[in-house]
Design a binder for this molecule. Structure first.
Ligand code: SF4
Ligand code: SF4
Length: 671
């Protein structure tokens, strides 16, 4: 066994015990119970290690190896994500499983309900989702009060007799001698346990989890209420749960020498592997690189952009030689380069040339927005990129794969370009632009172009609010986080992007980073956004995909804040007072401005092309073309609108704008 130290999402060091295996086919993360710690699993972990399964045992914060760290629901769940990520990176070929004992099952179930990358399976060992052992009623009230006013106060464990764990003399002897065992539990942890129960009952009904799960029961368990726990698990899981009950055993199965616990776990993981191998969908288990901290801001213009690209590639050296690299510009529609809605062709050429000179095989491709469906080549021709990279453009929309993302099954089957899935490296070339719905475009949103065709419109239905759409975009980003981001900020776009007329040729920068979220954070800072008001970044930070604190980033080069940068009309700077901010969003903006956009068309600019009606993903359509004084003009049906701003985004003549009369304008002035 060896000790590993991992960096938690809050920067604290979290310790875990690792039983390595050689070679490794499976990796198992084990969560401890209320009183136990990693030493209780040692014999089973050793056996699993001999069966080619590496085991990582995480003692929750406040217990075992991490008893110096303060317990908390969020850090507990974040630590699980960090440990699973550690195992994925350490053993990229292995399946990663989450096992939990007793109280640990509450955390495993809470993790399953989170929008995180899930493990390949869940293994519940004597899961304590509902227990017979509990605090006396009088103590419960006292514990709640203590949790609120004195959370560190400890109370005796609900398990009053060690023989409830095991009746084996060796087991009892081990428990009695265990120096890390906790006999008293802080009130804070009881409260978290009840919060987990409440959250599970609120969220569980619509979760219907699909990840395979195995439950291992002890026949003589006197701690767990098996019927009630089984009902909870069956309520959560859509698939049938598999279960094994060991006769004549007590709660702590690890102390039972006569049962094949490790062998059963290994057989289960092998079955999961076999089933997933014949599944129709490609299996995803993204290996997230540790977030880099360096962001390079280079002053340049389109004439000298090749020099800046060379410098950027030198700063972020990657093994390019002989590898297939997908260069993904932002080609939103068939727009000429002078409109700066798309990545400039000179930047795409400079990146392509630089990669070719380093021995890479380069493919340049993207899936444009809705007016560009089926017109991939036309969009690339209009943007000037087709001509700039002769022989390297590929219509990546033609070769597709249908996939289901394990971390976002609610998105359903998605059509993803095969080039994205098969590229050795992905270089993203987003544009420095604002966006009406998401506030910013950038590296994270550029990944939306991994999707082919109508899925983009369909996902707008699932992400009707900025926050919901931020969830969707982050899920898509996880399909393939780019290895390098080179953002075209030479001429940026302000105001009502991403297809607006307000250009900023004075920025004259490239932003280069090996982490898209970090690059986007720097872009948002340059634009003058309060980053907490950009849901896309908030969601990415919450999932630990990039650095929240700009001071922790190493920003090199010539960072600037362009003067008087115009934000989209949908932007609301948060109020300083958090409570006022919450109340204003909830009751004033939420009530007055509802979710439905109020859109108008400028008949002078409209060319009656019908792209807006075509782009509208709402069902029924919230914008239709109608006859008006002898002309065909769009008419908006507000009650059907999802406020996705696709029509505004994709109008080639910028003829659509938000209505500015009435309460909206008045309140914009006040706040
Ligand atoms: S508003 Fe724009 S997209 Fe719609 S018909 Fe007019 S020009 Fe075309
Ligand atoms: S009218 Fe425009 S904003 Fe409303 S749903 Fe349709 S495309 Fe989206």
């Amino acid at each position: 066994m060896e000790l590993v130290e991992l960096k938690g999402r809050d920067g604290r060091t979290v310790r875990a015990a690792l039983w390595p295996a050689e070679p490794v086919s499976e990796a198992v993360l084990i969560l401890n119970g209320l009183e136990s710690n990693h030493t209780w699993f040692a014999s089973t972990a050793r056996k699993l290690s001999g069966l080619r399964a590496a085991v990582l045992a995480l003692d929750r914060r406040g217990s075992g190896l991490n008893q110096d760290l303060q317990a908390g629901l969020r850090p507990w769940l974040d630590d699980i994500a960090v440990c699973l990520d550690f195992l994925r990176r350490k053993h990229p070929e292995a399946r990663v499983h989450l096992a939990s004992l007793c109280f640990g099952a509450k955390l495993a179930a809470a993790y399953a309900l989170r929008r995180e990358v899930p493990p390949d399976s869940f293994i519940f060992i004597s899961p304590g989702l509902k227990t017979r052992a509990g605090l006396p009623r009088g103590h419960k009230l006292e514990t709640v009060m203590a949790a609120l006013f004195s959370p560190g106060r400890t109370y005796p464990s609900p398990v009053s007799d060690d023989r409830w764990f095991t009746r084996r003399p060796e087991g009892l002897d081990f428990i009695a001698r265990d120096a890390l065992r906790r006999k008293r539990i802080p009130a804070r942890e009881f409260l978290i346990g009840w919060r987990l129960d409440l959250r599970r009952s609120l969220l569980g009904r619509r979760a219907r989890l699909k990840v395979p799960a195995l439950v291992l029961w002890a026949e003589g368990d006197r701690i767990v209420h098996k019927d009630k726990t089984r009902a909870v698990l069956e309520h959560l899981w859509r698939r049938k749960l598999e279960a094994i009950t060991y006769p004549e055993t007590d709660h702590c199965l690890f102390f039972e020498p006569d049962i094949p616990l490790a062998e059963d776990i290994k057989q289960w993981t092998d079955r999961v592997r076999a089933r997933q191998a014949v599944g129709i969908h490609r299996r995803f288990s993204p290996v997230l690189k540790p977030a880099g901290r360096k962001v390079l801001v280079l002053e340049t213009d389109y004439e000298r952009v090749a020099e800046a690209v060379e410098r950027g590639l030198d700063e972020f050296p990657l093994a390019w030689t002989g590898r297939t690299v997908l260069v993904k510009p932002n080609v939103i529609a068939a727009c000429p380069p002078e409109k700066h809605m798309t990545t400039h062709p000179r930047l795409v050429r400079a990146v392509t040339d630089a990669l070719l000179s380093r021995g890479a095989k380069v493919i340049v491709g993207d899936n444009p927005g809705r007016p560009g469906y089926g017109r991939n080549e036309e969009c690339f021709r209009a943007s000037g990129i087709l001509e700039a990279v002769p022989g390297h453009y590929r219509n990546i929309g033609l070769e597709q794969e249908r996939v289901v993302l394990p971390w976002a099954p609610q998105l359903g089957e998605l059509t993803v370009s095969r080039a994205v899935l098969e590229a050795d490296l992905v270089v993203s070339l987003p544009k420095f632009k604002t966006h009406q719905l998401t506030q910013i475009t950038g590296g994270l949103k550029n990944c939306y172009g991994y999707l082919v065709g109508g899925d983009k419109a369909r996902l707008h239905r699932l992400g009707r609010t900025p926050r919901a759409f931020a969830h969707v975009l982050t899920d898509i980003y996880l399909i393939r986080p780019p290895d390098l981001v080179i953002m075209d900020a030479v001429t940026g776009m302000e105001g009502n992007g991403p297809t607006g007329p307000d250009l900023r040729p004075d920025i004259r920068r490239l932003i280069v980073a090996d982490n898209a979220v970090n690059a986007d954070s720097v872009m948002a800072e340059m634009m003058g956004f309060d980053r907490s008001a950009v849901p896309l970044l908030e969601e990415a930070y919450r999932r630990g995909l990039g650095e929240r604190d700009l001071e922790k980033l190493e920003i090199l080069g010539s960072f600037i804040r362009p003067a008087h940068f115009k934000k989209p009309s949908t932007y609301r700077r948060p109020l300083k007072n958090a409570l006022m901010n919450y109340l204003s969003n909830k009751f004033i903006f939420g009530f007055l401005f509802s979710r439905r956009a109020r859109l108008v068309v400028d008949p002078q600019l409209c060319q009656s092309c019908g792209s807006c009606a075509e782009a509208c993903p709402a069902v029924p359509k919230a914008v239709v073309m109608t006859e008006h004084r002898g002309r065909r003009l769009p008419r908006f049906i507000r009650r059907d609108c999802w406020s996705c701003y696709c029509c505004m985004e994709l109008c080639p003549h910028q003829a659509i704008d938000k209505a500015t009369l009435g309460g909206r304008r008045i309140f914009k002035k006040i706040f």
